[in-house]
Structure formats: C-alpha cells, structure tokens
Design a protein around this ligand. Structure first.
Ligand SMILES: *[C@@H]1O[C@H](CO)[C@@H](O)[C@H](O)[C@H]1NC(C)=O
Ligand SMILES: *[C@@H]1O[C@H](CO)[C@@H](O)[C@H](O)[C@H]1NC(C)=O
Ligand SMILES: *[C@@H]1O[C@H](CO)[C@@H](O)[C@H](O)[C@H]1NC(C)=O
Ligand SMILES: *[C@@H]1O[C@H](CO)[C@@H](O)[C@H](O)[C@H]1NC(C)=O
Ligand SMILES: *[C@@H]1O[C@H](CO)[C@@H](O)[C@H](O)[C@H]1NC(C)=O
Ligand SMILES: *[C@@H]1O[C@H](CO)[C@@H](O)[C@H](O)[C@H]1NC(C)=O
Ligand SMILES: *[C@@H]1O[C@H](CO)[C@@H](O)[C@H](O)[C@H]1NC(C)=O
Ligand SMILES: *[C@@H]1O[C@H](CO)[C@@H](O)[C@H](O)[C@H]1NC(C)=O
Length: 783
C-alpha cells in the first residue's frame, strides 16, 4: 500500500478565469412567436407534468403528474388529445399523516408520480411520492385504470427505495428484462440514497448504506441499459454527490457514473441481498483554465451504429466566476467509461483517512466485471471496499462540446440526423431552468446554437424533454402541462443566405426556398447547405438566385408603434434595424455619407434621423455575418417633387421616446421654414394654395394618384432613383410613408404587398425583431 500523501486536485486548483467570448443563440424566439408554434396540453387542476413514457408504437404519451396519470393521443402531429386519465390521490389518512410530519398540504402532501414504466404489453408500473409515503401500482392499459384487488381498491405496493418521499428529490428508474432498476432516496429524511432492483422473480438487490457506496446527498439524474450494445449486460446510473476522495477545503460535488451487472444475484454469506457488482467513477467535464463543471444535471444516451454509445451530459458549475454561472455539455463514449471501470480501483487508507490508488494484487475474474458464475467470498469482500475507480472518465476530445455562460441547462436530448451531403449530425436540445430551449449542433468550427425558444410565460425549469425522432417532435413537460414543438421550421429562413447561415442540419436551400430535407423525396444533390461553416458564398449567388424579401407582417414585443399625428408634428424619424441574428454585425449606410449631422445611431442600431432638407436619401442597414453581407432594412426618405417644393415637412411618426433637444432645434428650424413658406405661398402662389387647401382627408387612392412615381425620387432630383436591391423589383413590399406637403400630413401611404405591411406596428421593426432577417425590408418616408 502506498504511504499516505496528499492527493492532488489538479484541475480544481487552477482557477485562472479567462472569460472567453460567450456562445450566443443565433435566433431567439419569444413565446407566442408564430414562427415557432407550440402545441400545448394542460388540464385544469392538474400540475407537475414530471414523468414521461412514450408507448412503443409512438402513438401515446403517458404522463405522470400530481395526483394524476394521463394518456395523451399524439398520433396527429398537430394536436395533443386526452385519451385517458387516472386520478390517483393519497388517501385522506396519508395526507393527515403527511401534514402531521410538518409537510405542507399545499405543496407537498400529494402523490407526485415519479416512475412510469412499461412492464409488459398490457401493463404499466407506476410509483408516486404519495404524501411522503412512496407507493406503487399497476396500470391496466386495456381500460387505463389502476389494477384493483378483490374489494375494488387499487392494488398498492410499498414504494420505499423505488421512489423518493420528497417531491424535491430527483430519482431515476428503468425497466430491463421485466426488472425495475431505480436510483432514489430511501428515507423520509432524504439522506440515504439507494440503487435497487425489484420486480421480476429474482432477489431484490440494494446498495449497502452502511458501506457508504453512495454519499448521503447523491442525486440521480438518469439511468440506461443499452440493449444492442457491447454492454447490454450492464445498467448505468448517473448522479451527483459530495466527493470524499479529495482533500478540499469545502464541500466538493462531483458527477458520477455507476454501473451494476444484470446478472448480479447478490452474495451468499457476504453481501447478501446487496449488489456484488456495484462500481462508480467520476465524470470530468472541464475546459482548461476554467472552473470545472462538476454538477451533472441530466444525461442522454445516443446508441451508435457500431454497438457503442455516447452519453451527452449537461453540467453546471458548483462555483461561479463573477456573475457567471455557466453550463457545459460533455459527451462521454461508452468506451471511455468502460476503460475507467476496467482500470485501477481506489481504496480508503484507514490510517490517514485518504483515498488512494489500490495497488494490491488483482483477482481473476475481475471483481465487478459481470463475469458469470458465483464469486468467491474473497472477491465479494474486496468489492465491499473497492467500489470507486481510480481513473475518471474524460469527455471526447478532452473538452466540453459546448459551453454557455449565464445559463443553467437542466435537460438534454439529442437527435442524430443526416445533412444533404449525407454527413451525420447530432442535434442537441437543451432545456434551461428559466424555460428556454436551445437547439445546437457541433460542427467543424465548434458548437453553434441555432436557435433559442422561450417556452413559458413565466420563467420555470423544464422538467422533461422527450424527442420522437419519427415524428420530428419534441415534447416538453413543465408545471402546467405538456408542450410539443417541431424540431425545426425551415420556412423562417426566407433567403438563401439565411438558410445557410442558420447551419440547421434539417434545412437546406432547394434553389427556391429553404426546406426541411427530412420531408424531401427528390434528388437533393444541388441543394445548398453548409452545416460545418455556414458560409453562403458562392452558392447563393449562383444561378441568379435572388434573395427573397420577406412578406410577413408580424408583431414584435418591442416594436414601436407608429401613430399618425396631426399636429403636433415631430420631425424625427426612427429607422429600426432589425437584428435577428445575434451572430451578425449591423451597420448603416446612406446615400450622402457626409450629411450625418442629424443622425444618431442608438444602442439597438436604430437610426434616428432629424429630418432636414439634406437628409433625404436612402438609408440601408446591412448585416455582416460570417463574411456574408446583406441588407436587412432599407428606407427612403424623400422630399416631394422638386427643390423648392418643400413647403412644410410633415412627419408622421410619433416617438415613444423623447428627443427633446433635437425636437426643439428642429421645431425652431421648421417654424422658420414654415414662416418663409407661408409668406412665399401667400404672395406668390396664392391661387395654388387655395386649391390645395381643398384637398382633404387621407384617401389612399388620392395620394396614390397624385404622388405616384414621385416618392422614390430623392430630393436632389437630378439623380437617378436610389439604389435598390434586386429583390425590390421582384416582390419586395415597398412601404412608403409619403406626403407632398401640409395638406397630406395625415396620410400614410402604403404600396406593394399590403399583407407585408402593418402600419400600426411598423412592420419593419416587428417582422425582423422576431427572428427573421428577411432581405430588403424596404420603406420610404416622405417629407
Ligand atoms: C413556420 O414559420 C412560418 C413563417 O414564420 C410560419 O408562418 C409558420 O406558421 C411556422 N410553422 C410552424 C409549424 O411553426
Ligand atoms: C391545508 O390546511 C389548511 C389548514 O388545515 C386548510 O385551510 C387548507 O384548505 C388545506 N389546503 C388543502 C389544499 O388541502
Ligand atoms: C403483465 O404484468 C401484469 C402485472 O404483473 C400481469 O398481471 C400480466 O399478466 C402481464 N401480462 C402479460 C401479457 O404478461
Ligand atoms: C379493466 O380491465 C380489466 C381486465 O382487462 C378488468 O379486470 C378490470 O375490472 C377493468 N376495470 C374497470 C374499472 O373496468
Ligand atoms: C442526383 O442528381 C445528380 C446530378 O444532378 C446525379 O449525379 C445523381 O446520380 C442523382 N442522384 C440520384 C439518387 O438520383
Ligand atoms: C399586433 O398587435 C396589435 C396590438 O398591439 C394587435 O391588435 C394585432 O392584432 C397584432 N397583430 C398580429 C398580426 O398579431
Ligand atoms: C450600402 O452599401 C452597399 C454595399 O456595401 C451598397 O451596395 C449600397 O448601395 C449602399 N447603400 C447606400 C444607400 O449607399
Ligand atoms: C463584428 O465586428 C467586430 C468588431 O468590428 C469584429 O471583430 C467581428 O469579427 C465582427 N463579426 C462579424 C460576424 O462580422
């Protein structure tokens, strides 16, 4: 045995915090955004939709909630229908007991369903906390009721050791060959975790609490058996617990994977009714120079075609650096885990109470290796103290797949899909504790968060994520119900550039539109997609593919409202630059680069124009993303027909914010102009003025007839029409806010595709802020 020495905790002590640039979701959708529609199910009075079970045929989703189990019909992708419901409350006696034990009858003394597994074709097995008295029951699928005894009462079983007492405690359960493997808290106090195997005909097996194979605070997040893998004879448990093997000044949480063998039947004299194959090891998820991500939140296992598997885990940091509490996704191969379990053991040196590498003699067959045949008492005695492996499991490439600051991921699920080129991509869906869903892909250049979707009105943790690959739908469980959301919506990418910049493996540009490749049956060899790098050039420019302008009018939560004011007039125009992509740079350019005296660019890139004679012209906001430049908004500020015709600039935009200084300045200028104009008009154009004053109202047709063809001409009329993108000639909605003079001060003039214009809500702002940087949002403001 090695002498006592200090074990080192290398990674933990290197805490130089280098804050790298954070990964940003490219698009963000707020709840209710029509681009990412959510279908929801909820039932009055039913809360806490915590536990999911998908039926084998994929047509039914069983959900365990509070005091209720529901069966949901999900074969129609557009709806979720209630198919069956089992109310399952604790008995009044149990509730009274629960309250007597100082638990809340408002939040805790209910039956929170925590286990829902398919026992056989006709029955489910379910367990709930049952008012701090864990209880299990069978569900008959024929009529979707609890199996009853002769007296008609539900046939209940003791659930201690299978299901937690306290609804706040995490647990995991998996059914393998008709036996139920569970990881949970075994007692009311919540300080005795347990991994056990029940049901079936064999001996019930448990972890030994006296030998402290698990630390008192172990919290289970997932368990797996991989039926067609190299390791089908084992069951894996993922959990977090306080580590004992490190000398550390404070409580150190570590993430663990433990495994047991399916063929374990317990010991004879030693380890009777206990696991004889229980081993555990540390999972390491860290990036160099940063706090390690020690706290595992959830794991998803993705079986590989070669018989292996990859475990995707979401981790958070136990400590925070500054204000950052970060999350990471680490992927561990089954091989790496097996390697750690085949490596050296650790053992506790009782003299100095330190965990050290075991360097004694090895045994054959190796203890804990699922070898068949009874184990010797010697081997079993060895297993009592050698349950912790020396080596930790490191992630693939020795680093996290993805690191996100200021976010806590609580759930993950992964979908493997093929791109147009046939390459396999693993699309990761992560749920946060604030109710956001992140969809990410890892490609050559690193991790990329394709989109972020706000799922709930009020921030709350996502309780469950379940992906149906066949349906292409993700189910989300939360406190008030179940949501379903399609894995993608390719039609939000209306231009070739956006379709490719998105780097969404499900979407490709078929040379006309962005389409979901999983739904395409034709030859896709000339479709455009670049998941690796997201670089639109040169494909998008080829074959005369024209960027399409967006043609939808949508509301934005932050969209400023335009109202018609008549008078007072405000000579300040705010031109929003929709910044849908968080990965792009946005910049303004305008016809007369010199005349920027009256221009202010706000933090959100809105261009504020104080309208003067020389501000007329074209204003364009351009996005630059990944080296690809494209316009996202285009405005034309024109000034009537000829020079000198500018009589009284009437601006129609009411500001939500105040620009008092500009307002005063311009008001003074305008008053002077107006005075001169009125004087001129009175003396020189008396008749004309008289005629004009008869023009009243805001009729569109009238404005149309009069100003048609003129509004697009800039003030310095000698110039040709202002530069326009190709999309304008095709189907660009061209919004104009035009007036010829005082007489039309109350008119807003709209041309082109009226469906693309929402005059009340400034369509330019709203459409784009909602996640689409459609090409060539175009508007003109006339003065
Ligand atoms: C996809 O996005 C388009 C455009 O925003 C929208 O009209 C459509 O309803 C969306 N479809 C879904 C299923 O969310
Ligand atoms: C909880 O107990 C209080 C007092 O005993 C009672 O007023 C209240 O209605 C109970 N709440 C529920 C949900 O049973
Ligand atoms: C399924 O399990 C239930 C409960 O153990 C049992 O009563 C039933 O006979 C089983 N059904 C089949 C088809 O094995
Ligand atoms: C449900 O069906 C089973 C047989 O499949 C039957 O024994 C039981 O009585 C039925 N329960 C009810 C409530 O109808
Ligand atoms: C698809 O079209 C390309 C050329 O356009 C051709 O080379 C390829 O064989 C086609 N693939 C299939 C599966 O038809
Ligand atoms: C836009 O918002 C306004 C109110 O702010 C509402 O009346 C209108 O129906 C909304 N339009 C759409 C398309 O949601
Ligand atoms: C803005 O810049 C782009 C290219 O950089 C150019 O094509 C466009 O004409 C410019 N717009 C204006 C109004 O100058
Ligand atoms: C945005 O601008 C910054 C600073 O000018 C630059 O470092 C960055 O690379 C630009 N990003 C893109 C996507 O162009």
């Amino acid at each position: 045995m090695e002498p006592c020495r200090f074990s080192r905790l290398a990674s933990i002590l290197m805490l130089s915090v280098a804050l790298a640039v954070d990964l940003m979701p490219r698009l963000t959708f707020r709840r209710g955004d029509s681009s990412r529609l959510l279908t929801s199910f909820s039932r009055k009075g039913v809360l806490n939709y915590d536990t999911f079970l998908l039926s084998e045929d994929g047509a039914t989703l069983y959900v365990g909630a509070r005091d209720t189990i529901v069966a949901l019909e999900i074969s129609n992708p557009d709806s979720i229908q209630l198919k069956g419901e089992i109310p399952w409350e604790p008995t009044p006696g149990k509730k009274v007991e629960c309250v007597f034990k100082k638990k809340s009858n408002e939040t805790e003394c209910f039956n929170f369903i925590r286990i829902l597994v398919q026992l056989n074709e006709t029955h489910l097995y379910t367990c709930g906390t049952y008012a701090f008295s864990p209880t299990c029951a069978y569900v008959d699928l024929e009529n979707f009721t609890l199996v009853t005894d002769d007296t008609g009462q539900p046939l209940l079983q003791e659930g201690k050791g299978l299901c937690p007492f306290d609804p706040r405690h995490q647990n995991t359960a998996i059914i393998v060959d008709g036996e139920l493997y569970t990881g949970t808290m075994n007692n009311f106090q919540g300080n005795e975790p347990i991994i056990s195997r029940t049901l079936g005909s064999r001996t019930v097996l448990k972890t030994d609490s006296f030998l402290t194979w698990l630390h008192a605070d172990a919290a289970f997040v997932a368990s797996f058996n991989l039926p067609s893998s190299l390791d089908e004879d084992k069951v894996y448990f993922f959990f977090q617990e306080t580590a004992k093997e490190f000398d550390f000044f404070e409580k150190l949480t570590v993430s663990r994977v433990a495994r047991v063998c399916k063929n374990d039947v317990g010991g004879d004299k030693v380890l009777q009714k206990k696991w004889t194959t229980f081993l555990k090891t540390q999972l390491s998820c860290a990036e160099p120079g940063q706090f390690p991500y020690t706290v595992i939140q959830h794991v998803f296992a993705l079986p590989q075609p070669d018989g292996g598997a990859v475990f995707y885990g979401v981790f958070s940091s136990q400590w925070q650096a500054g204000n950052f509490r970060s999350s990471a996704v680490c992927a561990f191969t089954l091989n790496a885990i097996t390697k750690a379990f085949n490596g050296k053991y650790k053992e506790l040196n009782k003299e100095c109470s330190r965990w050290m590498t075991y360097s004694g003699p090895t045994m054959d067959p190796r203890p804990g290796s699922c070898s068949v045949g009874p184990s010797s008492d010697k081997a079993l005695t060895f297993m009592k103290d050698h349950f912790l492996m020396d080596e930790k499991v490191v992630p693939a490439n020795n680093q996290p797949l993805l690191v996100k600051r200021n976010v806590k991921y609580t759930q993950i699920t992964v979908h493997q899909t093929r791109s147009v080129s046939g390459a396999l991509y693993n699309v990761m869906f992560m749920g946060t504790d604030k109710g956001f869903l992140h969809k990410a892909v890892v490609a050559g250049s690193g991790a990329h968060i394709i989109e972020e979707i706000q799922l709930f009105e009020k921030p709350e943790s996502i309780r469950n994520l379940l992906l149906s690959p066949e349906k292409g739908i993700l189910y989300v469980g939360y406190s008030k119900g179940v949501l379903q959301i399609p894995l993608t919506n390719c039609s939000i990418y209306t231009t070739c550039g956006n379709c490719i910049l998105a780097r969404d493996p499900y979407c490709a540009w078929d040379r006309h539109q962005c389409r979901d490749i999983r739904q395409a049956s034709e030859n896709m060899s000339n479709w455009l997609q670049d998941v690796e790098n997201g670089q639109p050039d040169p494909g998008c420019q080829q074959n005369g593919v024209k960027p399409r302008s967006f043609s939808r009018a949508r509301n934005s939560s932050e969209g400023s409202t335009i109202k018609i004011l008549n008078p007072p007039l405000n000579p300040i125009v705010r031109l929003p630059c929709p910044q849908a992509s968080a990965l792009a740079n946005y910049s303004w350019n305008y016809t007369d680069q010199e005349a920027d005296g009256g221009l202010v660019i706000e933090d959100d890139k809105t261009l504020v124009v104080v309208v003067q004679r020389d501000t007329a012209g074209t204003y364009e906001c351009w996005a630059n993303e990944n080296g690809y430049r494209h316009p996202v908004a285009r405005y034309l500020i024109s000034s009537g027909h000829r020079e000198g015709d500018l009589q009284s600039p009437a601006l129609l935009l009411e500001e939500q914010r105040s620009y008092w200084v500009q307002f005063v300045t311009v008001t003074v200028l305008l008053s002077m102009t107006l005075a001169v104009a009125v004087a001129l008009a009175f003396f020189s154009y008396h008749d004309k003025l008289k005629a004009k004053s008869k023009v009243q109202g805001c009729s569109l047709s009238e404005a149309h007839g009069k100003g048609s063809g003129q509004e697009k001409v800039p003030l310095n009329g000698s110039q040709s029409p202002p530069p326009q993108g190709p999309e304008d000639q095709h189907h660009g909605p061209y919004q104009e806010l035009a007036t010829d003079g005082a007489a039309k001060a109350c008119c807003i003039r709209v041309e082109g595709d009226s469906s693309g214009v929402d005059a009340d809500n400034n369509q330019l702002n709203s459409s784009l802020a909602n996640g689409e940087e459609g090409q060539g949002a175009t508007a003109a403001v006339g003065i």
